[in-house]
Design a protein around this ligand. Structure first.
Ligand code: PNS
Length: 160
């Protein structure tokens, strides 16, 4: 049984994330979408809210579960005896940051292997920050986030 952890801020989960998760679910027996804390980011949604949105988005994928964790990623990976960390790569600009994280995680735990999946071309420009920016100005986020969570995100930003 091969387990992968897909960590990220997921603030909120986007169609780009969902594409990577769906493809990881085809490669691994079990995939855990891990809503994690990125100390460099201030988020709009709480860990629990982000996990709820992600749970709705992956409900149709039987081998995918969602969890949240506020500690070190490698500790979670160890606790789950996971085989890989899966991250999506959009462009070369992502590479330096991703490579640094993969190396740091490997230094912290030599068992932590990171697997990169390239984003689908149509999602190259999609990001959580883009979604937040558009939603905060009342613009359409259709196609940028999974359809089943569009209303929840729109409503949340309308309240601010
Ligand atoms: O979606 P993001 O913000 O690019 O994801 C980054 C994330 C959350 C995966 C990373 O910040 C992380 O792993 N946070 C957990 C704490 C940790 O282990 N930090 C050291 C990573 S080298």
């Amino acid at each position: 049984m091969k387990t992968a952890v897909c960590p990220g801020s997921f603030d909120p989960i986007t169609t780009g994330h969902l594409d990577i998760i769906t493809r990881a679910a085809g490669l691994f027996d079990r995939v855990i979408v891990l809503i994690s804390v990125n100390a460099a980011k201030k988020t709009s949604f709480t860990l629990e809210e982000r996990a709820d949105l992600a749970r709705k988005a992956v409900a149709h994928l039987p081998n995918v579960e969602v969890d949240f964790f506020s500690g070190l990623l490698v500790d979670y990976v160890e606790k789950q005896s996971a085989d890989a960390i899966v991250r999506g790569l959009r462009a070369m600009s992502d590479f330096e940051y991703e490579f640094q994280m993969a190396l740091a995680n490997k230094k912290l735990n030599p068992r932590a292997e990171t697997v990169f999946l390239s984003t689908a071309a149509e999602n190259m420009y999609v990001s959580s920050s883009l979604v937040r920016q558009i939603a905060s100005f009342g613009g359409s986020i259709s196609g940028l986030v999974p359809e089943c969570i569009e209303d929840a995100i729109r409503t949340r930003f309308a309240q601010e």
